[in-house]
Design a protein around this ligand. Structure first.
Ligand SMILES: Nc1ncnc2c1ncn2[C@@H]1O[C@H](COP(=O)(O)OP(=O)(O)OP(=O)(O)O)[C@@H](O)[C@H]1O
Length: 240
C-alpha cells in the first residue's frame, strides 16, 4: 500500500545552518506518529515543510491524497487559529461552504458542521465567538474544522501544550478516539514524552540520527506497562 506521507532525504538549512539533515520518513494510512526531539531540532520546520509553508533545499516530500479532499491541515498550539469575526458554527461551516459549494445547500452545511462539532464533543453555545471560548473549546473547534476539510494528513504542532493538565488529558483521549474512529493519519509534534507514549502508534525522535520507535502495547494499557517506562527513560536520555 502507498504511504500517505513519504519523505526521502529531506534537507533544510537557515542561513547556512542545517536544521533538517537527510531525513527520510514514511507514514501509512491511519497511523498516529509523534515527533519528539530537543528544542530547536527542527520539529516545527518539518511540519511547515510538509505543509509547503517553507521550501525545502533538497529531498522529496509526497502526500498521497487521492482519496481525500486536501493534502494536509495543520493545527497549532496557538489558540488564535479560528476566524475571530465568525461564530463557532460559522468557523466550522466555512470550509464546508468552500468544499461542498456545488453539492450542499446551506441547511445541509449547517447540519454537517453541527455533526462535526458534536463528534469533537463541543457542548458549548454554537453562536459564541472564539474570544468567548476556553482554550480547550477553541482546540475542539479547530479540530472540527480540520475534520471538515477531510485532509489526507493532520499536522499537529503541540496543539495541547497550552491547556491545563485535566483538559489536556481529555483532549488526548478525544483525539485518540477520533483518530481511530475516523482513521485519521496524524503527525503530532510534542515536547511531552508521556503524551507521545500515551497517544501514538509510533514515536520518531529527531536528532543527529533519527530513531523510530513503534509502540505495540494497546493504548489503554500504556501507562501501566513497565516496557513503556523503559521507553520513557530511553527517550529521556535522548532528548533530556
Ligand atoms: N524562518 C526561520 N529563519 C531562520 N531560522 C529559523 C526559522 N525557522 C526556524 N529557524 C531555526 O531553525 C531551528 C529549528 O526550529 P524549529 O522551530 O523547527 O525547532 P523545534 O524543534 O520545533 O523547536 P521547539 O521544540 O523549541 O519548538 C531553530 O534553531 C530555529 O531558530
Amino acid at each position: 500500500m502507498k504511504p500517505i506521507l513519504e519523505i526521502k532525504n529531506l534537507n533544510k538549512s537557515y542561513k547556512g545552518s542545517k536544521v533538517i539533515s537527510d531525513l527520510s520518513l514514511c507514514i501509512m494510512k491511519g497511523e498516529f506518529v509523534s515527533i519528539l526531539g530537543k528544542s530547536g531540532c527542527g520539529k516545527s520546520t518539518l511540519l511547515r515543510l510538509i505543509a509547503s509553508m517553507e521550501t525545502k533545499d533538497e529531498g522529496y516530500i509526497e502526500i498521497n491524497n487521492s482519496a481525500y479532499d486536501y493534502k494536509v491541515f495543520m493545527i497549532f498550539q496557538n489558540f488564535n487559529q479560528l476566524f475571530p469575526w465568525k461564530t463557532v458554527l460559522q468557523n466550522v461551516s466555512f470550509p464546508l461552504e468552500k468544499r461542498k459549494k456545488s453539492k450542499f445547500r446551506k441547511n445541509d452545511i449547517v447540519s454537517l458542521a453541527r455533526n462535526y462539532l458534536s463528534l469533537v464533543e463541543y457542548d458549548d453555545d454554537l453562536n459564541k465567538y472564539p474570544f468567548q471560548l476556553s482554550g480547550g473549546m477553541k482546540q475542539k473547534v479547530a479540530l472540527a474544522r480540520a475534520l471538515c476539510l477531510n485532509p489526507a494528513l493532520f499536522l499537529m504542532d503541540e496543539p495541547f501544550a497550552s491547556l491545563d493538565a485535566q483538559t489536556r488529558t481529555s483532549m488526548q483521549n478525544l483525539l485518540v478516539d477520533l483518530s481511530e474512529k475516523k482513521e485519521m493519519t496524524v503527525l503530532f509534534v510534542t515536547h511531552d514524552i508521556l503524551e507521545a507514549l500515551n497517544i501514538s502508534d509510533r514515536i520518531v525522535v529527531l536528532g543527529d540520527t533519527i530513531i523510530d520507535i513503534p509502540l505495540n502495547i494497546p493504548k489503554e494499557h500504556r501507562l501501566k506497562n513497565n516496557e513503556i517506562l523503559d521507553l520513557y527513560d530511553k527517550i529521556y536520555q535522548l532528548i533530556g
